[in-house]
Design a protein around this ligand. Structure first.
Ligand code: AMP
Ligand code: GLY
Length: 417
C-alpha cells in the first residue's frame, strides 16, 4: 500500500513511524513533513491547506490512502478534495470537522445526542458575555468559537481577564467550570462503527505543577493507572457512539479520528471538547502501545469497512512523551536554533526511547528548531516509572539553546499502580 500523510508535526512523525513499521506499507510519503519524518518517509512539498494541490499530489504518487493529520486542512475541506479525486482518505469532511472547527456546533451536536458536557452559552455581544459570566461565576471558562491552535481557551478567576478575552473574539462559548482530571480518549470511526483506542493524559499547561499558560500540550502518558477500568466502555456508550450516530443522522457522517477531551468530575464524565484528528502529544504514546498494524485500520476507516476488522491489540508497555519547546513558547517562540544530541539518543536509547520531531527543519548538516513545540521525546517501559525514566534520560541528551520542558510528566501517575 502507498500512503501519503499530510502534516509535519510530532503527531505526523508518530503516524509515519508506525506506518513505516507496517509490512503492508511499501511506499510512505509525507507532505510537507519535517527533518525527523524525512528519516522514515519521503517528503514532498505541499501547502496542506490547498485541497486541490493535495489531491493532485496523491494522484501523482498513486496513493492508496491519504491520512490528513492536522485540524486546519480538515476544516478547510482537504479530505473532501482527496475523496472527490477517488482516493481513500483518513479524516472527516470539512462539514463533519466542524465538530472541532466550531465549539458552538459541537455543543449543538452534544445537546442533540444527549452527550454530557458543561452547560454553556454562545455569546456575540458584551451584554450576553456579562450575563453568561455572572450566571456561572468563577472560575470563568471562555472559549473562542473558532480554531485557535490550543490558545483560544481562557480559564481564570479574574472576571476582567475573562471578559477581555471574550470581547476579543467574534463569537464565544462561555461555560461552566469542570473540576477533575482530564482524559483524552480517541476513537477511529468510519461513520458507523466506532473503535476506541487506549486513553491518555495530556499536560496542557506550560510549567510544572500545571502552572503557566495553556499550550498545545507539553507531554502525555498512557495507560492511566488511576482511571476506572470501565471508563472506555462508558465513554463509548455515552459519548463516542451517540456523537457518531448524530452526525450520520444529520447527513454529515464523521469518519476518521474522533478525539474526546474529557473531565472526570465528581458528577460523572463530561466532554470538554471534541477534536477531529489525532491529538498531539497523546498520539505519540497511544501509537507506541498499539500492536495492530496501523495502515489497515486507517484504510478500513476510509473505506467504511471498520466492522470487518478484528479487535485492536495493545502492548502491555506503558508510554511517556515529553515535549521540548522553544525559548518563549507559547508566546512568540524563537526558531532557528541548532539541536544537538539526536544521534546520541538514536545510538544509546533506541528502541525504548526515540525522538519524534515537531517543529524542525534541516539546514545543511544541522537540524534546527522551526516551531514552538520542537521535539517530542517518547519512551516505553514495563510501567510508567520505567518509561518516564527512559524518556527523561533521552531528554537530557538533547541540546537546544533556551529550550524548556516540564519535569513532571507522568510523575504522579507513575507512583500509582
Ligand atoms: P479546549 O481547547 O476546549 O480543550 O480547552 C483547553 C483546556 O482548557 C482544557 O484542556 C482544560 O484544561 C481547560 N478547560 C476547557 N474547558 C473547561 C471547563 N469547562 N472547565 C475547566 N477547564 C476547562
Ligand atoms: N493535546 C491536545 C490536542 O491535540 O488538541
Amino acid at each position: 500500500m502507498k500512503v501519503l500523510v499530510i502534516g509535519g508535526g510530532a503527531r505526523e512523525h508518530a503516524l509515519c513511524r508506525s506506518l513505516s513499521l507496517d509490512s503492508d506499507v511499501n511506499a510512505l510519503y509525507c507532505a510537507p513533513g519535517n527533518a525527523g519524518i524525512a528519516e522514515v518517509a519521503e517528503l514532498r512539498p505541499v501547502d496542506p491547506l490547498d485541497g486541490a494541490a493535495v489531491a493532485r499530489l496523491a494522484t501523482e504518487l498513486h496513493a492508496d490512502l491519504v491520512v490528513v493529520g492536522p485540524e486546519a486542512p480538515l476544516v478547510a475541506g482537504v479530505a473532501d478534495a482527496v475523496r472527490a479525486a477517488g482516493i481513500p482518505v483518513f479524516g472527516p469532511s470539512g462539514e463533519a470537522a466542524q465538530l472541532e472547527g466550531s465549539k458552538a456546533f459541537a455543543k449543538d451536536v452534544m445537546a442533540a445526542a444527549g452527550v454530557p458536557t458543561a452547560r454553556s452559552y454562545v455569546c456575540t455581544t458584551p451584554e450576553e458575555v456579562d450575563e453568561a459570566l455572572d450566571a456561572f461565576g468563577a472560575p470563568y471558562v471562555v472559549k473562542d468559537d473558532g480554531l485557535a491552535a490550543g490558545k483560544g481557551v481562557v480559564v481564570t478567576d479574574d472576571r476582567a481577564a475573562a471578559r477581555a478575552h471574550a470581547l476579543g473574539c467574534d463569537r464565544v462559548v462561555i461555560e461552566e467550570f469542570l473540576d477533575g482530571p482530564e482524559v483524552s480518549l480517541f476513537a477511529i470511526t468510519d461513520g458507523v462503527t466506532v473503535l476506541p483506542l487506549q486513553p491518555a493524559q495530556d499536560f496542557k499547561r506550560a510549567l510544572d505543577g500545571d502552572a503557566g499558560p495553556n499550550t498545545g500540550g507539553m507531554g502525555a502518558y498512557s495507560p492511566l493507572p488511576w482511571a476506572d477500568p470501565k471508563l472506555v466502555d462508558e465513554v463509548m456508550a455515552s459519548v463516542l457512539q451517540p456523537t457518531v450516530d448524530e452526525l450520520r443522522r444529520r447527513g454529515t457522517p464523521f469518519s476518521g479520528l474522533l478525539y474526546a477531551g474529557l473531565a472526570i468530575t465528581s458528577r460523572g464524565t463530561r466532554v470538554i471538547e471534541f477534536n477531529a484528528r489525532f491529538g498531539d502529544p497523546e498520539t505519540q504514546v497511544v501509537l507506541a502501545r498499539l500492536r495492530t498494524p496501523l495502515a489497515s485500520v486507517l484504510l478500513n476507516s476510509a473505506n467504511g469497512t471498520l466492522d470487518t476488522l478484528p479487535p485492536l491489540s495493545w502492548r502491555e508497555d506503558a508510554a511517556v512523551t515529553v515535549v521540548i519547546a522553544s525559548h518563549n513558547y507559547p508566546e512568540t517562540p524563537r526558531t532557528g536554533d541548532p539541536i544537538t544530541g539526536l544521534a546520541e539518543v538514536a545510538e544509546m536509547d533506541a528502541p525504548h526511547a526515540y525522538v519524534l520531531h515537531a517543529g524542525t527543519r534541516s539546514e545543511g548538516d544541522e537540524v534546527v528548531s522551526a516551531g514552538g513545540r520542537v521535539l517530542s521525546v517518547t519512551a516505553t517501559g514495563s510501567d510508567l516509572a520505567e518509561a518516564r525514566d527512559r524518556a527523561y534520560k533521552a531528554v537530557a541528551r538533547i541540546g537546544l539553546d533556551g529550550s524548556q520542558y516540564r519535569t513532571d510528566i507522568a510523575a504522579k501517575a507513575s507512583q500509582q499502580r
